[in-house]
Design a protein around this ligand. Sequence first.
Ligand SMILES: Nc1ncnc2c1ncn2[C@@H]1O[C@H](COP(=O)(O)OP(=O)(O)O)[C@@H](O)[C@H]1O
Ligand SMILES: [Mg+2]
Length: 1122
Amino acid sequence: MEVKTSLLDNMIGVGDMVLLEPLNEDSFIMNLRNRFDHNEIYTYIGSVVISMNPYRSLPIYTPQKVEEYRNRNFYELSPHIYALADEAYRSLRDQDKDQCILITGESGAGKTEASKLVMSYVAAVCGKGQEVNKVKEQLLQSNPVLEAFGNAKTMRNDNSSRFGKYMDIEFDFKGDPLGGVISNYLLEKSRVCKQPRGERNFHIFYQLLSGASDDTLAGAQPLFGSLDEGEQYNVKLKLDRDFSKYNYLSLDSANVNGLDDAASFRTVRNAMQIVGFMEAEVQSVLELVAAVLKLGNIEFKPESRVNGFDESRVKDKNDLKEMCELLGIEQSVLERAFSYRTVEAKMEKMSTTLNVAQAYYARDALAKNLYSRLFSWLVTRINESIKAQAKTRHKVMGVLDIYGFEIFEDNSFEQFIINYCNEKLQQIFIELTLREEQEEYIREDIEWTNIEYFNNAVICDLIENNQNGILAMLDEECLRPGTVTDDTFLDKLNTICAEHQHFESRLNKNSKFLTDHSLPHSCFRIQHYAGKVLYRVEGFVDKNNDLLYRDLSQAMYKATHSLMRQLFPEGNPAKVNLKRPPTAGFQFKASVGVLMKNLQTKNPNYIRCIKPNDKKVAHIFTDSLVCHQVRYLGLVENVRVRRAGYAFRQPYESCLERYKMLCKKTWPHWRGPARDGVEVLLTDCSVPTEEFAYGRSKIFIRNPRTLFTLEERRRACLEDLATLIQKIYRGWKSRTHFLLLKKSQVVVAAWYRRYAQQNKYQKIKSATLVMQSFIRGWKARNILRQLKYEKRCKEAVTTIAAYWHGTQARRELRRLKEEARRKHAVAIIWAYWLGLQVRREYRKFFRANAGKKIYDFTIQRIMQKYFLGLKTTTMSPMDNSWPAKPYGFLEGAHTQLRRIFHLWRCKKYRGQFTEEKKAVYEEKLEASEIFKDKKALYPSSVSQPFKGDYLEIQKNPKYQKLNSAMEEKVLLADLVNKINRANGKGSPRLFLLTKSNFVLADQKTGQVKASVPLPDLASVSVSTQSDGFFALKLKEGSASASKGDFLLSSEHLIEIITKLHRIGTTAADRDQINIDISDEFLVQFKQDKVCVKFIQGGPKNGNSAACKRKNNRLLEVSVPSP
Ligand SMILES: Nc1ncnc2c1ncn2[C@@H]1O[C@H](COP(=O)(O)OP(=O)(O)O)[C@@H](O)[C@H]1O
Ligand SMILES: [Mg+2]
């Protein structure tokens, strides 16, 4: 990477115009062009930066560039806007000087871009931290908001600022930004209603229509963020995306190439949020923008009146209605304001009607005022957000981006005002540049020579003089009673300014222009410092008046829309002010005056923007256009002023550093003060003494030629030095190389020798080995031969011996084998013989014996298997299963075994019984003996256990008395029904049975009704059926018999009868109780005998049997069939 130490390094043309030689307009433009063609868009004139608009993005604004320019001196690097920004920022921070950056140039020359570059550079290099970053972000984000509302596409610039902007950025002592203040100047509001061909209205209109969501345009939806509780914003902008629906939006250039309105809208909304706009505020603003669009669509028609005049009426009330709804204005109020005008003078009120033209004028005036006030409100609102919080003293850097000088075909009041502003800026430029130059000379103690230059103060005076300046006269006309027109104003100018050498007019008495046809009658011309401009007077008076009918402002004040009311405070009827508001010209002059005062207190830094072509394209450099700008910006003059004294100046240190090689005494190092060094150097170079002057810290060079001579000599010297350096370097390099070679050679030789010796040694070694092995081989073979011979001899002896022994042995073996064969044959023959003998003896026993044993074994197996098979039967007496018999011969044993086994397991089962359980089973057995197959009720009782005491007489306290009345143990206690002879119905009774008697007691009281000793009981009668009736018959003549027999029914009939029978069986003192089982029996009731008869399938009233009296002698019991 190349390292730069001065802007003189690798310069294209000259980086500082001051060095231009020869200096004239052509060379100036040639230099600009040369640099422009090499993408060098910045050039200096001393500390002024000339910036050419490249119309394309260049890679020179990267963070690396920022770092490169950070904390470097102005002339150290090639010209750049960052160098200027850095210089300004550092002298603000380090020297505590307030700064202003003045950016001037034509529309489209890149002023706004330049201001943004300066701001972004300062933001990048100043302090960091959460709070500081927030401030920076807010300052930077104020740009998109203001651009959306204040910029528009024009013929010259797709993003032309239509307002002047001055922004003060405030810093603390460390150089951290604290906040800012923005001032705006004269928004070009006429654009709201009408745009020249090929131009557009302000961006925001298009952005809103393209970028807002459908909901925002048509329905209700918050724009961003969520609503606070209770808040409800109901936007109904009722807008259509189609631009052609709006009169105020010119059609022919609604869409601009490379501009994405929808995306910009999002950017703007985001920026508003960052700057600190509340949700409701954003909505209000958009509502007003929508209102302007709707206002443009209101049209008027004439309506004839009796007095012959036409009166205007709103044509289609739809837009009017929508607008009124949006702003909360009563429709009739606004409608009236468009038809009538109230004039107030000296406590009198007069109402006059408006004709159609006046109505349109009023409408447009309202739209323009509404929009420009909205814009000013936005600026105020942004200021509120970005203003510095701390009250401490702070340093200020002002950035001025104001509309450039404008010369159109048709120039009106706006251009006049704009160009006036530029005159003032030029004025301050001249003043401050000269002042600075002068101050530097004084500071450096150099003699000051006066410089001739054009001072435009005289033009400023022509415009702003309080007595006979053009603005003053315009105001006078506007305020004068009587008919005032643009022509009367021109007349006035003609009389008063006639003599002024910068004022030209056709009607001027000065005969010079009488025949000038380029100057129409309704125009005047001013020779501005930047050129002659022809102004058409039409509209001057109106625009200066900037009249808005009071009826309209009052109507606006009546709106419920709070922002709207805020914008039209003069509509407040309580504050009626009959004084005219200040004129536009007056206001502008005042604000420019304030601005100039402000700028004068600051250290100025200039950026002069130039546009290279009119086509807004890259790479094209139109000489004539640039020439014009250079001329009116007075740049060549600027260079001259700068060079008038001394063209070039440089601190001694850097001068010495740069040229020290030109003198032997200063090369390579000068020990001593830099100033002395420079003096020695310049004397040594024999530079004529009038060519330079010694300042306090800088050397001043009068002529660029001197500098270039120095540069030239430096270059030549550098070449010599380079050669010298090269020579020494080459020598050093060759020597080093040689030494290296030499050293390497020794190493290589050593290595090679070692290698050769090694090889030789290896060869000798292997030869020796070969020879050694040959000799050893030969020796070994000799020994081997010897040994082999000996071995063969031994082997031969052994073989012969072996053969001899073999023959002997085989002979012996043959003999032994023969012997053995004979013995074996004898043994076998003997064994066969013996075997024969034995078989002959035992054959007769063998077969019968074997059959018996097999038989026994088989039978034993079968039995074993059979018995094992029986093991599967269970021990339950109820289990009837028994394996099938396996063989016929086992039949008898099989049945016997089954019987025995059953009896045995029954016995086992019985063996487990306790005495009580035994008694229960005995009882059950007895019941079976009595009833089985005799009474139908019996089978159902088998499964019921005999409980005996159903009443729990021992435990139940109710029966305590009854219990104590019983002398013996109660065997059975139950609830029975005693059948009444009279009707056959039963009444409940307690039935208790002991060993010696049975007792009937009252169910409720437990009182004993009858107690009958068992010996008195003769028999018991029951039916064969499944009923519970039984009759207890008493012995005739016994003590109890007097009351008669008992006819009872019980659910536990079987148990009661069995227990009765059992007592009879066990008692020794009485007979067995008789039990009759038949379906008809007699019962003795007192004297009479009644027959009880049981029939089946009686009346079907339930499941239980029912008893009915048939006649005196017959009771019929009907039992339901089973
Ligand atoms: N330094 C630059 N680099 C790239 N493009 C630029 C530069 N300066 C200006 N432009 C281009 O020129 C256009 C006009 O610049 P702008 O600053 O808006 O002009 P002005 O404010 O002077 O009317 C910009 O929109 C941009 O496209
Ligand atoms: Mg601009």
